[in-house]
Design a protein around this ligand. Structure first.
Ligand code: SAM
Length: 220
């Protein structure tokens, strides 16, 4: 069994010490748009993305202690001031700490695929999850999903096309295997090295809103 690592970093937050919802403008010390990465793993994606976008505040959550520790190491090592890391279950965290209609972007990279048919209902991204998430996205917010798992990618791409309140940013494609300007995570790199294709899905919550949500790609 892996031992629990105590995380000593000013960028590591304990959700229980925050308000409900949390005051992110106070926490970051500015009113910049707030983006969320769910399941940040070791933090390589968020470190690269946040370094490129100091005008966006990034929250990285993962319920994996060692992942949060490594993410903090990366953030601290790069002296990034626009990332906060929390060891939290994503859905509970969103309900308790995120103001409705506030998120400028959400990133989900290589979520656990639950490959066995009988475990599929454990997958994080489903229609129900997206309808839930919709309420927490600001109008115009970006949603990114990436997986190496064929049927997860195809399912999410097909399901998103039928959910009201989202616009496909890759139209006429439902997904792509490359997304210009989008940083690669550890798992993406690992799967690509094994010759697997990544399925990228990119939607926007309908309605006017914030400009540019952090992938290097500019919103119109
Ligand atoms: C396969 S790893 C991918 C890590 C990283 N995104 C990457 O692409 O390299 C999935 C990560 O999501 C985290 N995770 C899965 N479900 C989660 C949930 N409901 N809330 C928070 N973290 C979750 C796991 O702990 C794990 O670190």
């Amino acid at each position: 069994m892996q031992s629990f690592i105590h995380i000593e970093s000013s960028n590591y937050l304990r959700a229980g010490e925050l308000g409900s919802p949390a005051d992110w403008a106070f926490i970051f010390g500015n009113n910049n748009p707030v983006a969320l990465e769910i399941g940040c793993g070791i933090g390589d994606f968020i470190a690269q993305t946040a370094a490129e976008r100091p005008d966006i505040n990034f929250i990285a959550v993962d319920f994996y202690n060692r992942g949060c520790y490594k993410t903090c190491r990366r953030i601290d090592g790069r002296e990034l001031r626009n990332v906060r890391v929390l060891r939290e279950e994503a859905r509970q965290f969103i309900v308790e700490r995120i103001p409705r209609g506030s998120l400028a972007a959400v990133y989900i990279n290589c979520p656990d695929p639950w490959p066995k048919k009988k475990h599929r209902k454990r997958r994080l991204v489903s229609r129900q999850f997206m309808e839930f998430l919709h309420d927490y996205l600001a109008p115009g917010a970006e949603f990114y999903f990436a997986t190496d798992f064929d049927d997860y990618g195809i399912d999410v791409a097909g399901m998103m096309a039928g959910i009201e309140g989202f616009e496909n940013r890759l139209a006429p494609d439902l997904y792509r295997h490359e997304l210009e300007g989008y940083h690669l995570s550890k798992y993406m790199r690992k799967f690509m090295a094994e010759g697997k294709k990544i399925y990228f899905v990119h939607y926007r919550r309908s309605g006017a809103g914030h400009k540019a949500q952090g992938s290097g790609e500019k919103a119109e």
